[in-house]
Structure formats: C-alpha cells, structure tokens
Design a protein. Structure first.
Length: 466
C-alpha cells in the first residue's frame, strides 16, 4: 500500500511538472508574420506531442530531446486571433495580430530611445511620443544579455505602441515601423535587440568566426565583456531563431571603425550566418551607414566604404546614408526620424511594391578624365544631382602625386559631377566626404544623400589644406 501510494505520488509530481513552455516571444499581444509559414516552437518536459490551435486549425508538434517546433499555415494580415498550446498544460495567448515582423539590431544608435539620452535629444520626439497610440504597431525589446553559450529564450514583453512604451523604445526602429504601418495599413511588429558600443563580431556565431577569421585576434576589453566575440549572438539573436520575420534592419559600425580592414568580410559573414540559421532564405537586410563624427580620423570614411561594399556585394541588402545628418560633437545624431524613414524607403520599394519611389542616395559609378577635369557618374540619380541649396564641401581632387586639393565643382544636367582644381593639371582621383566629419550636401532629386566615396585605392595620400 505504501509503495502504491509513493508510485501515485511520483506520477502526480511528474504530471504537475511535465509542462510545455513556448519560446518567450510567444505572448499575448504578439505579431506573427503574414504570408509565410509561421514557426511556433518551445520546450517540453515529456516526449509527447504538443497541440497548437490557430484560426480554428489544430497542428501537432512532436517533442524531440525536450524541444518542439511546428509551422502554421501562411496567413493574411489581420486579427486579433488566439493561439492555444496544449501539452500536459494548456496556454492560451490572446490579442495576436498577423502582419509584418522586423528584427531591429545593432549598437547604441539603434538602442537610443525615442525620448533621447541625457543631453542628447531626438528631433521631434515629444510630438512623436504624444501621437504614438497605435494598437496596430507592437514592440518587443530584448533584454541585454551576453552569454558564452547559445540561449534558447530571451526576456522581453510585447506591448502596443503608446506614449509610455515608445518613449523607451528604439527611436530608429519606431520611426521605421511607424512608416511601414501607416503606409501598408497592416499590423507591424518590431523586435529590438541592440547593445551600445558593440562590434559586429559580438553578433556573429562562433563557428563563422572560427572558420573565416581563425587568424584574426579580436580586440578584447576585460571591463566590457559584452563586446567579446559571439556573446550577443548567443544571448540576443539565437533565442529569437527561428521566429518568422520579414527581414532585419541594422545600425552599427562605430564599434569596428578602429580595425575596419576586414569589416566587409565580417559584416557579410554575419548577415549570411543569420540568414542560414533562420532558414528563410536571403531575407531583406537593410542597414545604416555610420554618420560623420568629429573624432576618429579617416577610419570612419574607410568604415563607411566597407559598409557600401557590403551593400554592393551581398544580395538583398540596402544602405541608408546619413552623411548629411551627423553631428560633430555627438556620436548619436538627433535625426533618427530621417534614419528610420530612409530605411523604410528601401523596404517599401524593394519588398512591398512601391516602385515609383526612390530609395537610395547616389552611389559612385565611374570617373572619366578629360584634360584637367574629372567627370564623376553615379547610380541612383536618374534625374540628376542637387545640393538643395547647401554648400558642397569635402570634395577633393588629386593627380599621380596623391596630393588632394580642395576642388571646384559643377553639377551637369546629365547628372554628372564635374570636378577640377587649378592646382591639379592632370587629375586621376576624386574623393568626397573622406574625412572624420563632413556636412554632406550631395543628393539625388529625391533628397537622398550620396555616400562618401573615393575613385582611388590609395592608403598613402596627403590632403593639402588651403
């Protein structure tokens, strides 16, 4: 009798604790991605099937080594819906919307909240916060977590857009999501996973770093362990995979500018690794080119060039240029609305069918020399170039002596930039914005700024100050 009682007690104990736990992204108020198979996944303490019911259809997920995953059918945008999960326990999630889900990652310029930082404002933030009530826009901030091993779950909460929420949410991500939601008219969910002062290698899986960068010694700062290779991928990206998303936006680069030489390779490898592990193909990945800042020398120009090369070589990527909205004394520019909306132009044009808009600023294409004049041509400037009344500075020209002089210029009607200097008889190279701080003033007619560029590949050069 005693043995039977103990057996029954043990079985009851197992039953009480044998529960399913969905991934922490699955909560009330969440947004699921439309028009794609929807991944639902989590853990279980018994190797039994898990039942998932969504939109009156039941799905069964087999538990394997304590984990389960199932893909729900594609769904049109809408809601609110209910998601019911059943194992040894039952979990009901409510007020779920289906729409567009974007991952928003990077360092402090992505993390910077809409209310701003101490002594560092966000232009237009007060009005944006005031008018932020929008139940069709949902926000999730991943708690900052570093880990030496991959985590399976993150900490955060899905919340509807409203003043008390958005003031503490990423300004760049908010303006991006707001523009998408207002333009598309469907629910939008934003998952912000960002940490200030972090390099790209912290967001990259260890296998990628070990295989592609095995001879590179990453700079380590003992007092800042969140900068170590892979630790933020483990703690803040891996827990999100394979949550179904439309794509990602990224705002980072300052953390790598002092050792920029391999940034194109590193950044490209990071993007590919995320895509490979999500298993959703080459999903859209749009990023922000770092803004000019009054400290750090031309490392910043080199880093911007590495970012531009990433856009030009990695499929389904795009870059929002910020050469015109940097601040000499602040590494966190206040014009986050322009940043978010420039990112949104890429996705609206490339992913949502808004083909009548321009989405990229001018990108250097070619140089032609005729006498003492250089003629620079650009992509993404079909209707030509403009300074919009600003003074175009930081444009320089050099001959074979690699001595760069401030240049004169003329914008031609065919969209070509004519450049010359009385001090350079036989020009061979032109540079624009190739310094630590510049107030960019070269645009296409849509008002999107050109990236800094150089037509040469010299690392040994000299700038002649007038």
């Amino acid at each position: 009798m005693t043995r039977l009682f103990l057996t029954l007690l043990l079985l009851a104990s197992v039953s009480v604790h044998a529960e399913i736990t969905p991934n922490s992204l699955f909560q009330d108020n969440m947004v699921l991605q439309r028009n794609k198979p929807i991944a639902v996944f989590g853990k279980a303490t018994l190797e039994r099937n898990v039942s998932i019911t969504f939109k009156n259809k039941e799905y069964l997920a087999k538990v394997n080594n304590g984990y389960w995953k199932v893909f729900l059918d594609e769904s049109e945008a809408g809601g609110p819906f209910t998601l019911i999960l059943k194992g040894e326990n039952e979990i009901t999630l409510t007020n779920i919307l289906v729409g567009e889900v974007w991952l928003c990652s990077g360092q402090s310029n992505m993390k910077m909240p809409l209310k701003g930082n101490s002594g560092q404002p966000i232009n237009g933030s007060n009005t944006a916060i005031l008018k932020s009530n929008n139940p069709q826009l949902r926000l999730f901030t991943v708690k900052q977590t570093r880990s030496d091993e991959p985590f399976e779950s993150c900490v955060g909460e899905w919340q509807s857009s409203k003043p008390s929420v958005v003031k503490n949410f990423s300004a760049t991500a908010y303006f991006y999501g707001r523009m998408l939601q207002e333009t598309l008219g469907v629910p939008v969910g934003l998952i912000c996973t960002a940490w200030g002062g972090t390099p790209a290698e912290a967001w990259t899986p260890v296998e990628v770093l070990n295989s592609q960068f095995k001879d590179f010694k990453w700079p380590l700062i003992p007092s800042k362990p969140h900068r170590d290779p892979t630790v933020l991928y483990n703690g803040m990206i891996h827990p999100i995979i394979p949550f179904t998303i439309k794509g990602a936006i990224w705002y980072q680069g300052e953390g790598n500018k002092t050792y920029h030489e391999n940034y194109t390779k590193l950044f490209s490898a990071m993007i590919k690794s995320w895509r490979d592990r999500w298993g959703q193909g080459d999903f859209p990945f749009y990023f922000v080119q770092i803004a000019p800042f009054g400290f750090g020398g031309d490392n910043q120009a080199y880093l911007r060039e590495k970012q531009l090369k990433t856009m030009l070589t990695v499929p389904n990527t795009g870059m929002a240029v910020t050469l015109d909205i940097g601040e000499r004394l602040c590494i966190h520019p206040a014009e986050k609305q322009k940043v978010g909306e420039r990112l949104a132009l890429w996705s609206l044009a490339k992913d949502y069918g808004f083909t009548d808009i321009q989405y990229s600023g001018p990108v250097y294409k070619s140089i032609n020399i005729n006498g003492n004049r250089a003629y620079v041509s650009f992509d993404y400037a079909d209707l030509g170039l403009s300074t919009f009344g600003k003074e175009l500075t930081s444009i320089r020209i050099a001959g074979n002596d690699k001595m760069f002089y401030n240049a004169q210029y003329k914008i031609l009607r065919n969209g070509t930039l004519e450049v010359w200097s009385s001090q350079v008889e036989n020009p061979v190279a032109v540079r624009y914005g190739w310094e630590q701080y510049v107030d960019g003033a070269l645009y296409n007619t849509a008002g999107l700024p050109a990236s800094s560029f150089r037509t040469d590949t010299w690392d040994d050069y000299q700038v002649v100050k007038d």
